[in-house]
Design a protein around this ligand. Structure first.
Ligand code: NAD
Length: 264
């Protein structure tokens, strides 16, 4: 690695398996010399996360359910017991009832709306508050979002509403924490086949659509998100905060793809 993250320590939240976006980011950070801790959700995932963490030189793995405020507080207590401070956090967490990631947004239930907002939006705000208290030398916080926040995408439904709130919270947190030198940004990733994505209706079709219609005429990889995350988490982006950075092969700039127009 080129040592861009040498001497920096941080937390990766949301590693489930080697398809996770969190894994692409973790590999890029470790390769650049960062020291990493991981949090995962549910004891069943420990047997997946432990070996992945070990593969990139970390034995610092902590369980955390972000829907439980005490669990979030305990996570940062454990971090503080081993490290005197942190430099970055990656929040790669989202959840909704998959029965409501198809059909109409209008049919979203109150319970699922509140749960989706709690796990996918409020958790980042809570994490930002705990993490920034450990960032006496400044730091960088990163979350993951999707274009469904900006435009209506098929089946994304309540998760699109949650991502819009998440992107707004990135801007509010950037203002709150900026005076302490803590930067807050999001990556809006193009579709990637992960565990979470497999819950979204017609996901294969959405991937194909993006491949055919993005300026680069292809989809993006976990590793490409990792490289962009490295920029946002390192001092390379020291002047950047409150930003939603698209890593989507350019899909978000296209209004209509160029075609050989028929005579009309
Ligand atoms: P993933 O399934 O690998 O990761 C989602 C993670 O959220 C899992 O590790 C899961 O354990 C965690 N999680 C769910 N509920 C939790 C809770 N209560 N407490 C703690 N953790 C919890 O899928 P992914 O696609 O890598 O998702 C990571 C992030 O990227 C999500 O925010 C997702 O919305 C976002 N994203 C994904 C895509 C895509 O196409 N895959 C595109 C844009 C953005």
């Amino acid at each position: 690695g080129h040592g861009l993250m040498q001497g920096k320590r941080g937390l990766i939240m949301g590693l489930a398996n080697d398809k996770s976006i969190a894994w692409g980011i973790a590999k890029a950070l470790a390769n650049a010399g960062a020291e990493l801790a991981f949090s995962y959700h549910g004891e069943a995932l420990k047997k997946r996360v432990d070996p992945l963490a070990a593969e990139i030189g970390s034995d610092f793995v902590v369980e955390c359910d972000v829907s439980d405020e005490q669990s979030v507080a305990d996570l940062f207590t454990k971090l503080g017991a081993r490290w005197d401070g942190i430099d970055f956090v990656v929040h790669a967490i989202g959840f909704s009832d998959k029965d409501q990631l198809r059909g109409r947004y209008a049919d979203t239930t109150r319970d699922n709306f509140l749960m989706t907002m709690d796990i996918s939006v409020f958790s980042f705000t809570s994490v930002a508050r705990h993490a920034s208290a450990m960032m006496s030398n400044g730091g960088s916080l990163l979350t993951l979002t999707y274009y469904g926040a900006e435009r209506v995408m098929p089946h994304y439904n309540v998760m699109g509403v949650a991502k819009a709130a998440l992107e707004a919270s990135v801007r509010y947190l950037a203002e709150d924490l900026g005076k302490d030198g803590v930067r807050v940004n999001a990556i809006s990733a193009g579709p990637i086949k992960t565990l979470a994505a497999s819950g979204i209706g017609d996901f294969r079709y959405i991937m194909k659509w993006n491949e055919l219609n993005s300026p680069l005429r292809r989809n993006i990889s976990q590793d490409e998100v990792g490289q962009s995350a490295l920029y946002l988490l390192s001092d390379m982006s020291s002047g950047v905060t409150g930003e939603t950075h698209h890593v989507d092969a350019g899909y978000h700039v296209v209004g209509m793809k160029a075609v050989d127009a028929p005579d009309i």
